[in-house]
Design a protein around this ligand. Structure first.
Ligand SMILES: Cc1cc2nc3c(=O)[nH]c(=O)nc-3n(C[C@H](O)[C@H](O)[C@H](O)COP(=O)(O)OP(=O)(O)OC[C@H]3O[C@@H](n4cnc5c(N)ncnc54)[C@H](O)[C@@H]3O)c2cc1C
Length: 329
């Protein structure tokens, strides 16, 4: 256990957690940030790093991964103690602080800010026995590195917006793109479905992948099976499985927090029903809540300011403007 008590520990390194980290630094709080994923950025890094975001103030258009890089650079101002690949499990209250337990250790903290988004999430898998052999090499659950697909025969599985968007995105650089959906109809937006129909993407519906053939991590062929049992074999260098994600607040559900489905109820100060534990971003719910990056950015300074005043009665709720805090050069 680390003996030093950190002013705030932030659970979740998505955009809200990263901006909260910066803000805690600006309010001269010591800060620790813990995320169960190996990389910072939350949903942006995990689900759509190469997509453009158009609705973050001040950025007419920005790639999700570039927004994350900017947020990380900004967060570093706080000199945070980053812990990646570590999942927060439980807490207990001791005197004037909390003891947080993760799967790797225990940490002392005066306050806690939960920015856990949709919770620790995992991609929904195909469910085939040898699937794991190809994961990361020729089977992906998200498009991270576009270069991987250059001049390759790519097969995308799924019928939602992400699957179709990726098929359209990869059409420009892959040798071929085949979209396979287990149902007849797509759930994606109808304009996107039309764009796919008008593109060079080969569309196959009412088929399931029932076998992956390949060697040493490299997929060679996929066996597609129809409801009537008939089979078709197609070539593939890269397979993208986009069946959505399973997310859950997991261990945080047992903390005694007031929950509404998978979201944590907070008051106007972003405080949960447990004194000293605050929440912000996608994980929260309150009257009028909108789940967006922009709203998470707005909730962060509120949560940080009230977290600080919860242990430092003299601290002002209304922060000084950054233009006064930082030297202008
Ligand atoms: C395909 C797609 C496109 C989108 N496009 C847009 C868009 O254009 N504009 C927009 O505003 N929003 C968009 N969104 C939504 C946006 O990504 C979310 O609103 C945003 O990511 C919420 O940020 P967050 O920091 O609150 O949570 P998240 O980004 O979900 O991050 C939460 C983090 O907490 C971590 N975590 C959870 N539980 C634990 C635990 N117990 N221990 C440790 N770590 C934990 C998770 O690993 C995760 O990294 C999109 C979402 C998707 C899926």
């Amino acid at each position: 256990m680390k003996d030093e008590i950190t002013d705030i520990t932030i659970i979740g390194g998505g955009p809200t957690g990263l901006f909260s980290t910066f803000y805690a630094g600006m309010r001269q709080m010591s800060v620790r940030l813990i995320d169960s994923l190996p990389e910072l950025g939350g949903q942006l890094t995990e689900l759509y790093p190469d997509k453009y975001i158009y609705d973050v103030g001040g950025f007419p258009k920005i790639l999700a991964k570039d927004l994350v890089n900017n947020l990380v650079e900004q967060a570093k101002y706080a000199e945070p103690d980053f812990h990646l690949g570590e999942t927060v499990q439980s807490y207990r209250k001791e005197d004037d602080h909390f003891v947080l337990t993760t799967d790797k250790g225990e940490y002392l903290t005066r306050t806690i800010l939960i920015t856990a988004g949709v919770g620790a999430f995992q991609p929904r898998k195909l469910g085939l026995e040898n699937e794991v052999e190809f994961e990361g090499a020729s089977l992906q659950y998200a498009v991270r590195d576009l270069e991987k697909f250059k001049d390759k025969d790519v097969v995308v599985l799924g019928g939602g917006d992400s699957a179709l968007d990726w098929a359209l995105m990869l059409e420009k650089l892959a040798k071929s793109v085949t979209l396979v959906h287990r149902r007849e109809r797509f759930t994606a937006h109808e304009t996107t479905v039309q764009q796919v129909k008008d593109s060079s993407v080969t569309v196959k519906t009412s088929l399931n992948v029932t076998e992956i053939k390949g060697d040493a991590g490299q997929i060679e062929e996929l066996v597609l099976t129809a409801k009537d049992g008939s089979e078709e074999v197609i070539q593939a260098d890269q397979l993208i499985v986009n069946f959505g994600n399973i997310s859950s607040l997991g261990p945080l559900k047992d903390w005694g927090l007031k929950l509404d489905k998978n979201s944590i109820e907070v008051d106007a100060h972003m405080q949960t029903n447990i004194e000293g534990i605050f929440a912000a971003g996608d994980v929260t719910t309150f009257e009028g809540k909108v789940k967006l990056i922009a709203t998470g950015f707005g909730e962060a300074p509120v949560a940080i300011s009230y977290a600080k005043s919860s242990y430092d009665a003299k601290s002002r709720i209304q922060p000084k403007h950054s233009t006064s805090v930082f030297k202008q050069d």
